[in-house]
Design a binder for this molecule. Sequence first.
Ligand code: ADP
Ligand code: GN1
Ligand code: MG
Length: 360
Amino acid sequence: MEQKILPAYLKETANLSTEAFGSGLINSTWKVTGQSGTYILQRINKEVFKQPELIAFNVREIASFLKIHHPDYLFVEPIKTLDNQELAISEADGYFRLMPFIQHSHSIDVVSEPSQAFEAAKQFGRFTALLEGMNTNKLHTTIPDFHNLSLRYSQFETAVEKGDSTRIRTAAPEISYLQAQSGIVTAYAAICKNPDFHQRVTHHDTKISNVLLDNNNKGLCVIDLDTVMAGYFISDVGDMLRTYLSPASEEETDLNKISIRTDIFEAIVKGYLSEMKSILTTSEKQAFIYAGKFMIYMQAIRFLTDYLNLDRYYGAKYPDHNLHRTQNQIRLLQELDKKEPELTEILNRYINHHDLNKAK
Ligand code: ADP
Ligand code: GN1
Ligand code: MG
């Protein structure tokens, strides 16, 4: 399928090879290698991104802002089709885009050292910081209410009422647990009304595989820009905490392997604040750990909602896959709660005293 779209971009396609690449749950990605160069080809999931042209619009807006204000930033722009379009559309297979493969770059899937968390957090902070002067109203919303926790909670409640009845019975303990934690939703609703929390250009998918690193493992730039839109910093910091703190990923079924690494937490604080310390308000900085709870909780209810709705969003490799993912996220939330006092001490050191430049 991916081979068929290449003539839209390249005149010479006979000797191109394609291999599946990346680990995303939503889009499909291939590395394309040929004499004319190396590329990344992606098929956009049309069920999730109902208007893929909005993604192309946002990427174009950001590219032109950066070209004017920060021309040295390495921003990966899509390659246009032979007839000058940013997306190639195939009747049968949907929407595709092609990007240059950034030479001497790589990404990783798992955070094993604090320096990796530092580099990634710095890159996500830098991205928002460089775009601070951009009017967020210029960006389209590529997925409406993507990180609107109040809406996610009501979708969860609907699934608890109308979802698959066998699965509702099976998941009774997880349903009750997450309902009992709904204070996290109340806190989010308060943030939405609080003028100290600002909307900025936010990535909304800050897993480690969305940062390109150079050969010395220094951060180069962020990639995977489908969900870049206006949002709160808690989305970006929260997803880093969710996906970097534990040595075990969201796919782990041995829950005893889930834990919170305080050195990785410190590296995220250091890296993100090295770019964002002077931009975030005091209230925002104080919500740094809440950000983790917000994203872990949202992911838990999204996985559980999907389980109750027979896996129609995330899919599943086996029948209870999304229930196991939910249990994983619940354990992560519990571990974060346990470590909160220790993490708060670390955070306060950086907010109050540390000279971040010396701390690097
Ligand atoms: P997804 O997460 O949806 O699979 P990504 O855009 O994150 O899609 O791409 C998957 C992987 O492909 C990345 O983690 C990275 O390793 C690699 N990649 C993506 N874009 C580039 C690029 N322009 N240059 C080099 N590698 C890239
Ligand atoms: C999806 O496609 P991927 O794997 O980068 C999802 C994220 C979830 C993540 C959980 C558009 O991201 O919100 O956090 O799965 N993206 C969308 O693994 O729903
Ligand atoms: Mg990705």
